[in-house]
Design a protein around this ligand. Structure first.
Ligand code: FNR
Length: 330
């Protein structure tokens, strides 16, 4: 995988599952990150080819719990993001999935207490030896690119120092979210501090924070000097942010997301969560649409809510006959 000049869908828990990644790619995302998956969970998984849906699943052994679903269409652009606090466990998890994805990324920015208390995410930022151990172990043993995603440290100098140490591990790229651990999402991302990292490194830096329109790609590139840009909320609210043409109306994007969720049999909890996030941004969950999404129990309910019952029926009646010619179902 190449990291220069790329538009990147950011990792987003419960949002970045297969249908959302494919939607973003359809609008122009070159690299699509999956949601963070914790190594403890991944090491319990086995790979299963799912001929019914036409995808590859990583399923918790002894259960039907699908932890990660991917497909051939995204093989060359999907980055699998791990949450970890241990090099050996990270490697065991990565080895299970690495032949089915384009890259392995380590999350070093999550500020949630669940991550921090487990020594993962942003807890890694002040443990440079552990970072080194994790990244060099992955690099040495995997043939796919290894990357990581960090937040800003207390001072720009500290961030640059850490970034230099990370570069030395041989990672292929570094994503920098331009906020500190204590910052809130509404605090402006500090593009100038991303710029300091870009000018100190020779590997590609992926700039992340506050890109909401296609024009912002140009602005953040100019402000940071990074050629690649990563988008989270801007894509969640309207995945057509990646398209150089005018944004597609969010209602239409939402409908396309529903159809992709049906086609790829997405986990209904992920579909509901993503729809709720979209609705909350443009409207309000107290209105009938939001209430109905909350009440939905399965994809059939979601299909009915969005007037896609015929599509739902068609997809489910034609899965086996259309396998291998999936376009017929789109
Ligand atoms: C995130 N973010 C995130 N980061 C990460 O490294 N792994 C993850 O799984 C998640 N999950 C996640 C879920 C949701 C719903 C949001 C909004 C964000 C952080 C995200 O990738 C990104 O760094 C920040 O949101 C900043 O980018 P934007 O939103 O300003 O484009």
């Amino acid at each position: 995988m190449e990291y220069h000049n790329k538009l990147v869908l950011a990792p987003m828990v419960r949002v970045g599952t297969l249908p959302f990644r494919l939607l973003a790619a359809e609008y122009g995302a070159d690299i699509t990150y999956g949601e963070e998956i914790i190594d403890h969970k991944m090491v319990k998984c086995e790979r299963k080819v799912n001929e019914y849906v036409g995808c590859t699943d990583f399923v918790e052994k002894g259960t039907e719990n699908i932890v990660f679903r991917t497909c051939n269409e995204e093989r060359n652009r999907v980055a699998f993001q791990i949450g970890t606090s241990d090099a050996v466990r990270a490697l065991t998890a990565a080895q299970i999935v690495c032949n089915d994805v384009a890259a392995i990324d380590v999350n070093m920015g999550c500020p949630k207490s669940f991550s921090i208390s487990g020594g993962m995410g942003a807890a890694l930022l002040n443990k440079p030896e552990l970072i080194h151990d994790i990244l060099t172990t992955l690099k040495r043993n995997l043939s796919c690119p290894v990357t990581c995603k960090i937040r800003l440290l207390k001072s720009s100098q500290d961030t640059v120092e850490l970034a230099r140490r990370i570069e030395k591990t041989g990672v292929s790229a570094l994503a920098v979210h331009g906020r500190r651990v204590a910052d809130r999402p509404k605090d402006p991302a500090k593009w100038s501090e991303i710029a300091d990292v870009v000018s100190a490194l020779s590997i590609p830096v992926i700039a992340n924070g506050d890109v909401f329109d296609y024009g912002d790609f140009k602005r953040i590139r100019a402000a940071t000097g990074a050629s690649s840009v990563m988008v989270a909320r801007g894509a969640l609210w309207n995945a057509s942010v990646f398209s150089p043409e005018d944004k597609v109306h969010w209602e239409k994007v939402k409908r396309e997301y529903v159809r992709k969720s049906i086609l790829w049999e997405n986990d209904v909890k992920s579909t509901k969560h993503t729809l709720k996030e979209m609705i909350m941004h443009y409207s309000c969950l107290e209105l009938p649409e939001g209430k109905s999404v909350i009440k939905s129990e399965n994809l059939a309910d979601i299909a009915q809510l969005y007037g896609e019952e015929r599509y739902y029926q068609f997809v489910n009646e034609n899965r086996f006959s259309a396998y291998g010619s999936r376009d017929e179902l789109l």
